[in-house]
Design a protein around this ligand. Structure first.
Ligand code: COA
Ligand code: AMP
Length: 632
């Protein structure tokens, strides 16, 4: 551990020196005045006074430095049978012309642009084109429904929305444009324009005043240069689930972000310029932002945009085909993808069909990685399988096995150790450190390293309340876990109402808000129950109002449809039951964690404050009827 420990100590004890050295790997048009300004903590500023352009660092400078003919981006789409690749020169040109279009449409530095797109190169180009002119992008995941998109439109107030006519989910064509139209109709804020990429699988109907055809509009534009921004200016807003229905708009800066991601590519993932890195995620999530778009490109590496699934496009060998064909050195995905593959190919027969000799490591994140899945992947792939832990808020890993520094022994169930820059502690409810092996709230001592959240869009107050008010001087991750005697970190689950479904972060509070909006519902609780494939699945427990004129079956099916309509298919809300009453404390708080223990078939202590213990027996019977606990 010596090498890791010496880098780690340096990052904590001499943080300014450490990060200013890392910042030398980025091109600045003006150097910073101060590496770290903590005068208004927790609103700490990295590289204050420095000026740069993130798109320049991700594209133009590589062309300037002789990497013009290196492949920047590979697009592999089994769902449309398409493969394409873009060199750094070609991608720079495409992004530069698109940035020209944005300028022609009146988009200026600081304006917001929402990007609602499937996994196609144009999504990455749109992000980079915004960065090029200093506009702030906000990418919304395609699996969210119109109402969720509308909430984000109202919060971010974009001048422009960039979208495509459709996405393709295995063989289903999902039309995006009607969802976009509906979202704009619901939202109070109206964008000036929508730039729509027509895909051949479905043609979008355009509204003449507002909507512009991507191809036609761009054909009238010319290349535009990068605009300098302050290191502390926002690069993007990415909405993520909190405990309520209102998502949190995590704001990322330009300077700290570029420095941290470039550093992480070499030191965590051990990827060098020209090497192929593949994050099989979606641009709508933070993994897509950091490791499909910015990280690999800031590093001069090759990134892969994969429009497909781990299974079904066409089979459980899809990942191995991509790795083999495009000479992927390292890939990153969520454990759920591996559970899906393993279910269909327990013996790893598909793996044997491909030459994976250049494949060196697999990184997993997005949800807790069960030891079984990790060991299966290790055994079948014969490469290091690295679980690492991070969040939308941090933008890059808090805990990992930093392969570029020193590979530490893997302990399954642990994302290994704190990444340089993160001073991770474990505190009890009163803020006292817990002993090793004891569960505690996982916190990060301030200051957070560069690249982590700057604030929440338009909501400094919520930032403080959510992350910095529980323990003075610490960032609250919302996760609970422990550290073992060797300093290995174990992340066991959330301490709030956020759940993780197939690596997608969702709010049970948001689902409860939707269920409560049904006229027959008096009260409800949504919990995340264990799921062998997706990690967790939401289950709704519903109490109806007196004398409602609807059968329980009908109500459940209406509620399932309502969550799909209001939040989107990604919520995977497919299980609910009507119960007589919900278990509560004497002060009226719903005992969600006790319900979750019952659904998971776990032992639980009878809560001392429970109002009526008999309710738990009733709930247990109701859950059994809908199949909980499951057999697994
Ligand atoms: N646009 C529109 N709809 C989408 C979508 C998108 N971008 N992404 C997902 N959906 C839909 C799916 O079609 C599905 O709809 P359905 O209820 O009609 O079947 C629903 O949302 C749930 O999707 P998903 O959670 O992906 O489940 P799945 O059963 O289709 O696939 C896995 C299961 C495990 C194969 C899949 O979740 C997967 O590949 N996960 C990888 C993890 C990942 O990318 N995590 C991101 C963070 S690293
Ligand atoms: P997101 O913001 O969508 O990236 O989700 C972040 C949350 O996912 C974390 O707070 C954790 O609860 C969970 N998570 C991510 N990676 C891991 C991991 N490697 N182990 C355990 N939980 C994880």
């Amino acid at each position: 551990m010596q090498k890791y420990l010496s880098v780690y100590r340096e990052s904590i004890e001499n943080k300014e020196q450490f990060w200013s050295k890392a910042a030398e790997a980025i091109d600045w048009s003006k150097p910073w005045n101060k590496v770290l300004n903590q005068s208004n903590s927790p609103f700490n500023l990295w590289f204050e006074g420095g000026r740069l352009n993130t798109c320049y660092n991700a594209l133009d400078r590589h062309v300037k430095n002789g990497l013009g003919e290196t492949t920047a981006l590979i697009y592999d789409s089994p769902v449309t049978n398409t493969k394409k690749s873009y060199t750094y020169s070609k991608l720079t040109n495409k992004v530069s012309v698109l940035a020209g279009t944005l300028k022609d449409l009146g988009i200026e530095k600081g304006d917001r642009v929402i990007i609602y797109m499937p996994m196609i190169p144009e999504a990455i180009m749109s992000m980079l084109a915004c960065a090029r002119i200093g506009a702030i992008h906000s990418v919304v995941f395609g699996g969210f429904a119109a109402k969720e998109l509308a909430t984000r439109i109202d919060d971010a107030q974009p001048k422009l929305i960039i979208s495509a006519s459709c996405g393709i989910e295995i063989s289903k064509v999902i039309e995006y444009k009607p969802l976009l139209d509906k979202a704009i109709e619901i939202a109070e804020h109206k964008p000036q324009n929508c730039l729509i990429l027509q895909r051949p699988q479905a043609r979008a109907e355009m509204m003449s005043e507002r909507d512009l055809d991507w191809t036609e509009t761009i054909s009238n534009s010319t290349e535009t240069a990068c605009v300098d921004v302050e290191a502390t200016d926002p690069l993007y807003i990415l909405y993520t689930s909190g405990t309520t229905g209102k998502p949190k708009g995590v704001v990322r800066d330009n300077g700290g972000h570029a420095v941290a991601l470039k550093w992480s590519m070499e030191n965590i993932y051990n990827i060098k310029p020209g090497e192929v890195f593949w994050a099989a995620s979606d641009v709508g999530w933070v993994v897509g932002h950091s490791y499909i778009c910015y990280g690999p490109l800031l590093n001069g590496s090759t990134t892969l945009v994969y429009e497909g699934k781990p299974i079904g496009t066409p089979d459980a060998g899809a990942f191995w085909r991509v790795i083999s064909e495009h000479k992927v050195k390292s890939m990153f995905t969520a454990p759920t993808a591996f559970r899906a593959i393993r279910k269909q190919d327990q013996d790893g027969e598909f793996i044997k069909k491909y030459d994976l000799s250049h494949f060196e490591s697999l990184f997993l994140a997005g949800e807790r990685c069960d030891p079984d899945t990790l060991q299966w992947a290790e055994e079948k792939l014969q490469v290091p399988v690295i679980d690492h832990w991070w969040q939308t808020e941090t933008g890059w890993a808090i805990a990992a096995n930093c392969l570029g520094i020193e590979k530490l022994p893997v302990k399954s169930g642990s994302p290994t150790v704190a990444v340089p820059g993160y001073s991770v502690d474990f505190l009890d409810g009163k803020g006292n450190p817990v002993e090793s092996g004891q569960m505690g709230n996982i916190v990060v001592k301030l200051p957070l390293p560069p690249g982590t959240l700057k604030t929440l869009w338009n909501d400094d107050e919520r930032l403080i309340k959510s992350y910095f008010s529980t323990f003075d001087g610490y960032y609250l991750t919302g996760d609970a876990g422990y550290r073992d005697e060797d300093g290995y970190i174990y992340v066991m689950g959330r301490t709030d109402d956020v759940i993780n479904v197939a690596g997608h972060r969702l709010s049970t509070g948001a689902m409860e808000e939707v269920l409560s909006s049904h006229p027959a519902v008096a009260e409800c609780a949504v919990i995340g129950a264990k799921c062998e494939l997706k990690g967790q699945l939401p289950i709704g427990l519903i109490v109806t109002k007196d004398k409602v004129d609807i059968s329980n079956e009908q109500l459940v099916s209406e509620l399932i449809a309502l969550v799909r309509k209001d939040i989107g298919p990604v919520a995977a809300f497919k299980n609910a039951c009507v119960v007589k009453r919900l278990p509560k404390t004497r002060s009226g708080k719903i005992l969600r964690s006790t319900i979750r223990s019952i659904a998971d078939g776990e032992n639980y202590n009878m809560p001392a404050t429970i109002d009526d213990p008999l309710i738990l027996d009733e709930i247990s019977v109701d859950l059994q009827i809908i199949g909980y606990p499951t057999d697994s």
